[in-house]
Design a binder for this molecule. Structure first.
Ligand code: GAL
Length: 695
């Protein structure tokens, strides 16, 4: 980016044209430089098959450009029009019960479908031919939040595509049978044409290999669907940037072709929706988590949609961002890697399934507090854009993330355990609350700038990664592996030698002799037989929970362990840092540490809990040389740093309505907000401070 993009998704097709000039003036007055348009307008671009009409958007783009507001266009493939689904009902998704998707909302068409792919290419070609020389169209978003409404399809055409995918992967049916464990239950196939979809619970469990390959297929087909469009757009105008806006992160391999095809990723941020949907408090914390996960896919990103007001669809409404909070949420995105941000949306719709998704303007077309905040943010971004762009988010603690196969391996056999992300989240939370620079990273990435790498039970471990981690440790880094890492192979089969496998056993100096399950925190470890598909759900029962409560001791801390225990054999020179302190494993090592070169490797024979991370924070985190960006960060205050090109920018953001004093800040000049001479900042409710840290 050569400037910070700021603006809003805009739907000129939703209002009378008499609004347009005033809209453009108001956007310009707010300091907006971009809008995003067209993602649901296929029926306008192509009202009948082969008949194109770009007039409405041509005029809208021109009118905005007249006021200095440029346009990002979208391929409109999230909403194939009725003429298409009437003529080709086979493009509609089919659910696991055989029900065909109805027409009338969005994402009803199946991106695996060859006929739909042809139509997607046709509309993309028509749009790119028409706009290739329009200087006011600066880039493209592919589709809209692919796989967010639905990622699955069980249609006949999808089955044929699935079979073709498997044949290309395995070449011979024997290889597929080996990978899926064909000698177990009725998992054996005679040829690829016989392969069916994996449908759990009808009547029993399917092979995890089968399930895993189905999701690999969906990810492959999603990337292929997008690739069709990217190829056409790039051929039309190589100067256009191309991105996608991520929503629900379903069935997309973000480290694969899906992302490498793009210039950058976009990530839609609806913090108050996370409160509603996930029923976890603390939308600021969840926003930070989601942004950090996203940055782990491909580095800095843009936010094509950021919540402005309340959000609703007929089944729900989120709470309202309070005055000042919309700007603070935007700063949180910037602090974690956004190089552009659009507030969703310019104005709310008056009809349709999102009439109370409030925009920058209100229904009565009057700009109020949300307009003022957007304006303040846009003006500030214009001022700091030169200093901000070119910096990246500092990361002292890296959590291994973004590995599609590991996430899917868990999903195919979850047994009520936290996923690698769920486990990593616990360390993320600790870092977030303590102002420690943290993010997600893949062992394939450059690890050299980290101080600490945590690998949360990645059951599929590639030996090539071990050498990279070892080099990082020899150079002074700290690596931590948790239970079950390296216990399965690329086919998701359990390995035939002791975990964590050859190369990791050498690096950690540990061999796992035995493993078993422990209850989740607050549970009794028994599963509810009426709902056995969601294991570990039962509330703790005093009679059983006492027996199943297993503790481990770490220095002076005694902690209740959760989810998994392992019994470890230690190679010479490996120190037992923590030991099991109850149950039959009492006295055996639970947590080990080994000095390797200038650094240290830990092995946790269990999964993380909040208590365990707190107990380990001195031995693991502080001894790794990790220090908070701001000491004694008050509750509710976020601290992150963007650095690079000789600059260090510290963001200190108050996520609460109450004012707060933040002490012990480094010396520097405030680019946004104010700091006192004694290095104390008094932040108002939702106040934002951006400090250019002096050397
Ligand atoms: C996003 C989507 C938008 C809008 C918004 C609010 O997921 O991309 O089109 O629906 O959520 O629901």
């Amino acid at each position: 980016m050569d400037r910070f993009l700021v603006g809003a998704p805009h739907y000129p097709e939703h209002v009378d044209e008499s609004y347009w000039e005033r809209d453009a003036q108001r956007m310009a007055a707010a300091g907006f430089n971009v809008v995003r348009m067209g993602e649901f307008a296929w029926h306008i671009f192509e009202p009948r098959e082969g008949v194109f009409d770009f007039d409405l958007f041509d005029r809208a783009i021109d009118g905005l450009a007249h006021h200095g507001v440029q346009t990002i266009l979208c391929t409109p493939t999230a909403t194939p029009p009725r003429w298409l689904t009437r003529r080709h009902p086979e493009v509609l998704r089919v659910d696991e019960h055989g029900r065909r998707a109805s027409h009338g909302s969005r994402q009803h068409a199946d991106t695996t479908n060859p006929v739909f792919r042809e139509h997607s290419k046709r509309i993309t070609r028509a749009l790119s031919d028409h706009y290739r020389d329009n200087p006011n169209v600066i880039g493209w978003q592919t589709d809209n939040e692919l796989n967010t409404t639905e990622s699955l399809s069980f249609s006949e055409p999808a089955r044929i595509e699935f079979q073709k995918f498997l044949e290309a992967q395995y070449q011979t049916i024997d290889r597929l049978n080996f990978a899926w464990g064909g000698s177990f239950w009725a998992t054996h196939y005679d040829n690829f044409d016989d392969v069916v979809f994996p449908v759990d619970g009808n009547p029993g469990w399917v092979s995890p290999g089968h399930a895993q390959d189905y999701h690999r297929f969906l990810a492959f087909a999603t990337a292929r669907f997008q690739h069709d469009q990217v190829e056409i757009l790039r051929a039309a105008n190589s100067k256009w940037f191309i991105f996608h806006n991520l929503g629900r992160l379903e069935d997309i391999d973000f480290r694969g072709q899906f992302s490498t095809d793009l210039d950058f990723l976009g990530y839609d941020i609806y913090p108050l929706l996370y409160d509603e949907m996930q029923r976890i408090g603390g939308h600021a914390e969840i926003q930070a988590l989601h942004l950090d996960i996203c940055r782990g896919f491909s580095g800095n990103f843009i936010v094509p949609e950021q919540q402005a007001g309340i959000g609703s669809q007929p089944g729900f409404t989120t709470l309202t961002p309070e005055p000042g909070e919309m700007r603070r949420m935007a700063y949180s995105s910037v602090a974690r890697g956004a190089d552009g941000l659009l507030f969703f949306r310019w104005r709310p719709a008056h009809f349709g399934a999102e009439i109370y998704w409030m925009g920058i303007l209100d229904h009565d077309d009057i700009p109020r507090r949300r307009y003022d905040e957007a304006k303040q943010f846009a003006v500030e971004m214009a001022e700091i854009s030169g200093t901000l762009l070119g910096t990246h988010v500092r990361m002292d603690v890296g959590i291994a993330g973004a590995d599609f196969d590991n996430q899917q391996a868990h999903r195919a056999y979850p047994i009520g355990l936290p996923s690698p992300h769920d486990d990593g989240m616990i360390l993320h939370r600790h870092c977030y609350r303590n102002g420690i620079a943290c993010g997600f990273i893949h062992p394939k990435d450059d690890l050299s700038r980290l101080k600490l790498l945590y690998v949360p039970h990645w059951v599929i471990w590639n030996d090539e990664w071990t050498a990279r981690v070892e080099a990082f440790v020899r150079n002074g880094g700290t690596a931590i592996f948790s239970a079950r890492t390296g216990s399965r192979d690329a086919n998701n089969h359990v390995i035939r030698r002791p975990a964590p496998g050859l190369s990791l056993s050498e690096l950690t100096g540990v061999v796992v002799e035995e493993f078993g399950r422990l209850p989740a925190p607050g549970r009794d470890g028994l599963f509810d037989t009426s709902r056995y598909r969601a294991a570990n759900v039962r509330e703790a029962h005093p009679a059983t929970s006492a027996r199943r409560r297993v503790t481990l001791k770490l220095g002076n801390h005694e902690i209740v362990a959760a989810h998994m225990y392992e019994l470890l054999e230690l190679a010479p020179g490996v120190e037992a840092l923590g030991a099991w302190s109850s149950g039959f494993a009492q006295g055996r090592a639970a947590i080990t540490v080994r000095e390797v070169g200038k650094g240290r490797v830990f092995y946790l024979g269990t999964y993380l809990t909040d208590d365990l991370v707190n107990a380990l924070s001195i031995d693991m985190i502080a001894r790794a040389g990790v220090e908070p960006l701001v000491p004694d960060l008050p509750d509710g205050v976020e601290a992150t740093m963007r650095e690079g090109a000789g600059r260090r920018l510290l963001f200190v953001l108050n996520t609460r309505a109450e004012p707060v004093s933040v002490k012990g800040l480094p010396k520097g000049a405030a680019l946004v907000g104010q700091i006192g001479g004694d290095r104390v900042a008094d932040l108002p409710g939702y106040g934002c401070l951006l400090l250019a840290v002096a050397d």
